[in-house]
Design a protein. Structure first.
Ligand code: NAI
Length: 777
């Protein structure tokens, strides 16, 4: 085809990028790669092939790491960590800047290598993957520089095990390595087995930057190597990949005290309202579902179109699909490249073939590891294709009539990673955005990312954020460890008659006193063995009733922060009014004389969090594009909490107050040793303005009730300040719906000190939703 021909028929001419330099780099390394441990490449061991999916040609042999290799990498990281942290943020910033510059300098090599190994269009590797990767290092160099002011009172986690997928090999590495290094951690990173090359090139860059040995270690291999990292002597695991593997990692790390963040799958809705700019929305879809061949965790893979415009919109979309160019990823004019691996191609095929619906596909797709961009309309919401992640260039669609119906369909998924809204009406767009169950919402745009803007999901899309201060926080921990949790046994006695008054407590569920389902109560004695009352023994049914009540109390989450503050101030006043009586009860229960102090601090604590109610709302992030990313704090939902055994009033209030101040509804299991406190609290709550269901109080055996809460699919987060022994079981069970857990692994808190009332409570009581809106010229 001549240039003249091209001008005449406006057909495109190919513009291939040369693979020469990248292939030469592979050859220079002998096309056989060892691991990068303690600043050196090891000799290759048992290897497997990595191939170019676009051509099927073998690119190189990659080492399958052994258990000894993983142990050596972890040992190197462990040895390097103290010094790396000790050199201080500004010194670490210099290395991060150097890495950013080297990435920039070699960006073409990285881009081509990525395209060769993964099959993504070179245009994307060049303009998105590599560009965002060095932006990530620059941003986090700044974070390290400002460490003293930005991360006060926090220190590095230590050694981080990082396991990443194949869809954005270098970018996911950057998302994980940059914040970890910025905070003074060292890392052992495993790239996905299909795409290890850019991680190995990055290892080379680390050497060039003079990064101290052992700070970054790269071990290659399959899932078995991932499992070894998870169980190794690391302090934190950061994982991006499938929900299935994420769940296994949650179970494998349960009870170990390892910190964990999981960035998992999604089935993100892409909602087009009838007043949207339809051409822009169609173009947006090209980014949403055909970017990286739809192999994107936050791909806008579920199209919801308002009924009145559906036919017109589908017609425009099909016309656009017919113009998509699918083929050689190294061609700069290509829109959609190869699928990462024949196995993934087979997975996509199998899913689509098993389903019905009206299908339209882009024609002219080459033979080989390619899949045609596909649109499937007329699917019911229950269709597996509407619910399961396909992870390929397949868009499934349905229609809706009203904004409420759109929200209902959008949220009808086990996932909650991202969502996109298209409407020219600001009222519609900004009304819908907060009602979407997703960690990221894009308005009139899609698939926008930046190092300053937190990214991550809710529900089974995982927990934790990457990017921004939130991402950094996940790579640090409080500098001070709290005191060890001491076991507290309830007093025993044998007197039969309650003295001096009958204190027979009940549960407090849905704003009412409720008898225990099992009908059993336990005698509670004071230090002298005298019977002081009876406390219900809660069971599964009581927990379920309480969760149902909490679930129903949605109004509390929707109330304004100002309103919540007023309600909590009033609660504090009511508590204060009964201070004397409460103090006496506490002293009698605990056999100590801390009651008066407990009440005073508990009242202050309520005032403290009431004050925070309208001051922890999030902020705007400066992102390098036309728009604003708002990192908004939302309530987590229903929080279950096991209150500490010690300090029955102060402990319970310290847990309840931040949770409800941030708009959560709660199911709180009171101190097992001193449960009678719920009787007084119930009376105080009944005379307060806390709406029914926002606070539910249960008493009974912590282990059994914690297990029920951890199993419950309608509990969004579970906190435990009870015995350390509860941690493992809670975390293991929480893998079911991947609820967030915040549990004590041995160290508790000084409930009278600053640790009993810290920002951590507000962070744990909220989830960040990043809403991207157009803003500015
Ligand atoms: P995967 O979740 O199995 O692999 C991700 C990473 O985890 C890889 O490095 C892998 O070696 C490692 N891994 C596998 N098993 C492990 C284990 N038991 N312990 C520790 N590490 C382990 O994802 P895979 O098989 O590559 O893709 C399967 C499906 O997962 C895709 O079709 C897609 O639906 C989804 N996926 C989602 C991603 C996301 O970003 N959310 C990324 C990749 C895949």
């Amino acid at each position: 085809m001549t240039v003249k021909d091209i001008f005449e028929n406006m057909d495109y001419g190919s513009a291939p990028e040369s693979a020469g330099d990248a292939l030469a780099w592979i050859t220079d390394q002998g096309a056989r790669f060892g691991l990068f441990i303690d600043g050196e490449f090891t000799a290759p061991g048992d290897t497997f092939e990595t191939t170019n999916p676009a051509t099927g040609e073998v690119l190189a042999d990659i080492t399958q790491a052994t258990a000894d290799d993983v142990a050596a990498a972890v040992a190197a990281a462990r040895a390097a960590q103290p010094e790396w942290e000790a050199i201080g943020g500004p010194a670490r910033a210099r290395f991060l800047y150097a890495l950013a510059r080297l990435l920039q300098k070699h960006s073409r090599l990285f881009a081509v290598l990525e395209t060769l190994d993964n099959g993504k269009p070179i245009r994307e590797a060049r303009d998105v993957d590599i560009a965002l990767a060095h932006r990530h290092f620059y941003y986090h160099a700044g974070c390290a520089q400002l460490e003293e002011t930005q991360a006060q009172g926090r220190v590095a986690q230590g050694v981080c095990g990082q396991i990443i997928p194949w869809n954005f090999p270098l970018l996911m590495l950057a998302w994980k390595v940059a914040p970890a290094l910025a905070m003074g951690n060292t890392v052992v990173l495993k790239p996905a087995e299909w795409t290890s090359l850019t991680a190995l090139l990055f290892a080379d860059i680390c050497r060039q930057a003079g990064l101290p040995k052992g700070v970054v270690n790269i071990v290659t291999g399959d899932g078995a190597v991932g499992e070894m990292i998870v169980t190794a002597d690391v302090d934190k695991i950061a994982f991006t990949g499938s929900t299935e593997v994420g769940r296994k990692i949650r179970q494998a790390t349960a009870g170990s005290g390892k910190s964990l963040t999981l960035e998992l799958g999604g089935k993100s809705p892409y909602i087009v309202f009838e007043d949207a700019d339809l051409d822009s929305a169609v173009e947006g879809l090209v980014d949403a579902i055909w970017f990286n061949g739809g192999q994107v965790c936050c791909a806008g893979s579920r199209l919801l179109v308002q009924e009145g415009i559906a036919d017109r919109f589908y017609a425009k979309l099909r016309a656009r699909m017919d113009k998509l160019r699918v083929g050689n990823p190294l061609d700069k004019s290509i829109d959609v490249g190869a699928i990462v691996h024949p196995e993934q191609l087979a997975r996509i095929r199998a899913m689509v073939e098993a389903s019905g619906g009206d299908m339209h596909q882009t024609a002219g797709v080459p033979e080989g590891c390619y899949y045609a961009p596909t649109l499937i309309t007329d699917l019911s919401n229950a269709d597996p294709l509407m619910q399961e992640e396909i992870f390929g260039p397949v868009l499934v669609a349905t229609t809706f009539r009203t904004p409420s119906e759109a929200i209902e369909i959008a949220n009808n998924t086990r996932y909650g990673l991202a969502a996109t809204v298209w409407s020219e009406n600001i009222n519609v767009a900004l009304d819908v955005a907060p009602r979407l169950a997703a960690g990221v919402v894009w308005v009139n745009g899609t698939n926008m990312f930046d190092a300053a803007a937190p990214f991550g999901g809710i529900r089974e899309s995982g927990f934790g954020r990457e990017g921004g201060p939130e991402g950094l926080r996940a790579y640090s921990k409080p500098a001070e460890k709290g005191p060890l949790v001491t076991e507290i046994a309830a007093f025993e006695g044998d007197s039969a008659e309650p003295q001096p008054v009958d204190r027979t407590a009940k549960h407090y569920i849905g704003g009412k006193q409720a008898r225990p389902d099992g009908g059993y109560a336990r005698n509670i004695y004071d230090a002298s063995g005298a019977l002081i009352g009876q406390s219900p023994i809660g069971n599964r049914k009581d927990i379920r009733n309480a969760v149902e009540a909490a679930r129903g109390a949605k109004g509390w989450s929707a109330a304004t922060a100002h309103n919540r503050a007023q309600v909590i101030y009033f609660l504090a006043e009511n508590l204060s009014a009964r201070a004397g009586e409460l103090a006496k009860t506490i002293d009698r229960m605990t056999g100590q004389d801390t009651g008066a102090d407990e009440v005073e601090v508990a009242v202050n604590r309520l005032f403290h969090y009431a004050a925070w109610s309208d001051k922890f709302a999030g902020d705007a992030r400066a992102v390098p594009m036309r728009g604003l990313a708002m990192a908004l704090r939302e309530p987590v939902g229903v929080i279950g909490a096991i209150a500490p055994n010690e300090f029955p009033l102060l402990g319970l209030v310290s847990v309840m107050a931040p949770a409800i101040a941030m708009g959560n509804r709660t199911v709180i299991v009171a101190s097992e040793a001193y449960p009678l406190i719920t009787q007084d609290l119930t009376q105080i709550l009944e005379t307060s303005d806390v709406p029914a269901g926002a606070v539910n109080l249960i008493t009974g055996p912590h282990a059994e009730l914690a297990a029920t809460l951890a199993d419950h699919a309608d509990v969004d987060a579970l906190w435990s300040f009870g015995a350390a022994a509860l941690a493992g079981d809670i975390e293991r069970r929480a893998a079911g719906n991947l609820k967030r857990t915040w549990v004590n692994h041995g160290h508790g808190r000084d409930w009278f000190g600053p640790d009993g009332q810290s920002r951590n409570f507000l962070e744990e009581a909220t989830e960040v939703k990043t809403v991207w809106v157009p803003y500015g010229a």
